[in-house]
Design a protein around this ligand. Structure first.
Ligand SMILES: Cc1cc2nc3c(=O)[nH]c(=O)nc-3n(C[C@H](O)[C@H](O)[C@H](O)COP(=O)(O)OP(=O)(O)OC[C@H]3O[C@@H](n4cnc5c(N)ncnc54)[C@H](O)[C@@H]3O)c2cc1C
Length: 421
C-alpha cells in the first residue's frame, strides 16, 4: 500500500538522510572565481577507463545507499521496489540533493532516463521485477542500442536481425554510437524481425545481457580524445523470448517510448538548464573581465544574447516539462527544447572563441583557455545526439508551423512522420 506522506514531511525525511550520508556544499561552491578549481568544460566523457571505473564504483555505491533508504525510485510502483510517491516528491528530493556533494550520476542517465521507463511500459511482469529494482539501486546500468551505421535519423531502416529459434531469439548485426556500452550491464536493442513488412512494422525490441556471449563492444574515440561511445557487434546472441519488449513486430511503439523519454531527458536535463545557470554566466563574465574585454560593445552584446537564449530556453523547457508532469503527451515543445539547447551551446562556443582567439587552440597551460577546446569540439555531437538539428527543425516546421510534410525517402510508409529523436 502506498504510504501517505506530504511533500513537506518527505523533504524532512530526505534532509535527514542526506545530512547523515553526504556533505552539504558550501554556498561558496556556486561562486565562480577565475583561475580557481577545475577548468574542465568537456561535454562528453574524456576520462581514461581506470578513472571511469572508480567513478562508476562511487556512483553505484551512492545509488545503493539512496535506494536502500527509500529515495532511489520515489515515483516507482511499490510492488517493484519504488516508493509510489508523486513527481512533486521526486522534484523535492532532486532539488534538495543538488545541494550536497555527491558522486557524478551521469552513468545512469540512459538506463534510468530511457531504458527503465520502456521496460516499465512494455516488458513482462517478471522481467520488470528482475531488472527495475536493480537498475534503480544502481546494480545494473543500461544502454540504448538503436543506431546503426545505416540507420540514425531514419531509425526504422535498421538491419540488425533477430530470428526466432524456439523460446529464444538469435540476434546478429551491428550497432554504433552506443553511449556507455562499455560499462553497461543490460541493453535495449531494436531489431528487424520481419524483412517483408513495411520498415516500421517489422521491428521488435529486446532487453539483452551486455555480458553474454555473442556481444562484442569496441570503443569509438571521439575528436575530443575520450571514448564515450562504442560500436557493438552481435554474433548469434541468444535472448529468451520473455525478454521481448511488447509484441513481435510491435517495436516501433516501444522505440517511441524510449525516444520520447530521451527527448525529455536531454531537453530538460542538466545540460539544458545547468549551462544557463549563474555559475556559467559568471564564467563568461569573468572571462571578459580577465582579458580586459568587458567594455567591448560587441562582446557585451554577444554575452547578453547568449544569456537571454539560455533564460528563454530554460522557461520553455519548464513549460514543456510541466505539460508532461500534468499527464499530457509531450508535443513538439521537447524538440524545441533540445534545439534551443544546441543553438545555445553553439552560441557559447562562438562567444568563447571570440574572447579567447588563439588561446583556445594553443595550449599555453593558462587556466580557462585551452580547456574550452573540449567544449567547442563537443558541441557538434550535442547537435546530433537525441535528434539532429535538421530533424528537429523538420518536426517544428510540420507540427508547429503547419508547413507541408517532408516527403522523406519512404513515402509509402504511414509512419514516416514519426522521426528519430
Ligand atoms: C553524443 C552522441 C551519443 C549518442 N548515443 C547513442 C546511444 O547511446 N544509442 C544510440 O542508439 N544512438 C546514439 N547516438 C546516435 C544518434 O542517435 C544518431 O547519431 C542520430 O540519430 C543521427 O543519426 P546518424 O548519425 O546516422 O546521422 P544521419 O541520420 O545519417 O544524418 C546525417 C545528416 O543528414 C541529416 N538528415 C537526416 N534525415 C534528414 C531529414 N529527414 N531532413 C533533413 N535532414 C536530415 C541529419 O540532420 C544529418 O545532418 C548518439 C549520437 C551522439 C552524437
Amino acid at each position: 500500500m502506498t504510504e501517505q506522506v506530504s511533500v513537506e514531511e518527505f523533504t524532512d525525511q530526505a534532509r535527514g538522510f542526506l545530512d547523515a550520508h553526504a556533505e552539504l556544499r558550501s554556498t561558496d561552491d556556486h561562486r565562480f572565481v577565475w583561475g580557481e578549481g577545475d577548468d574542465d568544460l568537456s561535454l562528453f566523457e574524456e576520462v581514461d577507463r581506470e578513472v571511469e571505473k572508480a567513478q562508476i564504483a562511487a556512483a553505484k555505491q551512492w545509488r545503493a545507499t539512496r535506494y536502500d533508504a527509500g529515495f532511489g525510485w520515489i515515483t516507482g510502483p511499490v510492488d517493484l521496489g519504488g516508493r509510489g510517491l508523486t513527481k512533486a516528491h521526486e522534484r523535492a528530493y532532486s532539488s534538495l540533493e543538488s545541494r550536497y556533494l555527491l558522486p557524478r550520476s551521469n552513468f545512469f542517465g540512459i538506463g534510468l532516463g530511457m531504458v527503465a521507463p520502456t521496460i516499465l511500459a512494455h516488458a513482462q511482469d517478471h522481467v520488470k521485477s528482475r531488472y527495475l529494482p536493480s537498475m534503480y539501486r544502481g546494480d545494473l546500468i543500461g544502454a540504448q542500442l538503436f543506431s546503426e551505421p545505416g540507420a540514425g535519423s531514419d531509425l526504422a531502416s535498421l538491419t540488425t536481425r533477430a530470428e526466432r529459434d524456439g523460446d529464444e531469439w538469435v540476434i546478429t548485426g551491428q550497432k554504433v554510437w552506443t553511449s556507455g556500452a562499455h560499462y553497461s550491464d543490460i541493453g535495449e536493442v531494436m531489431c528487424r524481425t520481419d524483412q517483408d513488412l513495411p520498415k516500421h512494422r517489422g521491428l521488435t525490441g529486446f532487453i539483452i545481457d551486455m555480458h553474454a556471449p555473442g556481444v562484442e563492444v569496441r570503443p569509438l574515440r571521439q575528436m575530443t580524445g575520450g571514448a564515450a561511445f562504442n560500436e557493438v557487434f552481435f554474433d548469434g546472441l541468444r535472448v529468451p523470448d520473455d525478454h521481448r519488449l511488447g509484441d513481435v513486430n510491435g517495436g516501433w511503439a516501444v522505440a517511441l517510448t524510449t525516444l520520447l523519454n530521451e527527448r525529455a531527458s536531454i531537453g530538460a536535463g542538466p545540460a539544458g538548464g545547468g549551462l544557463g545557470g549563474l555559475g556559467n554566466a559568471a564564467r563568461m563574465i569573468e572571462m571578459l573581465r580577465h582579458f580586459d574585454l568587458d567594455h567591448d560593445p560587441l562582446l557585451r552584446q554577444e554575452l547578453a544574447a547568449v544569456y537571454t537564449g539560455f533564460q528563454v530556453a530554460k522557461w520553455n523547457g519548464q513549460r514543456a516539462m510541466d505539460k508532461v508532469k500534468a499527464g499530457q503527451a509531450p508535443g513538439p515543445e521537447l524538440s524545441g527544447a533540445k534545439l534551443s539547447l544546441t543553438r545555445n551551446l553553439q552560441a557559447v562556443a562562438e562567444f568563447a572563441g571570440h574572447v579567447l582567439g588563439p588561446r583556445m587552440v594553443a595550449n599555453s597551460g593558462e587556466w580557462g583557455t585551452y580547456a574550452w577546446g573540449q567544449f567547442v569540439c563537443g558541441v557538434p555531437g550535442m547537435r546530433v545526439a537525441g535528434g539532429t538539428d535538421e530533424v528537429l527543425r523538420k518536426i517544428i516546421s510540420e507540427q508547429v508551423l503547419g508547413l507541408p510534410k517532408d516527403p522523406g525517402i519512404d513515402t509509402t510508409s504511414p509512419f514516416r512522420d514519426l522521426p528519430r529523436s
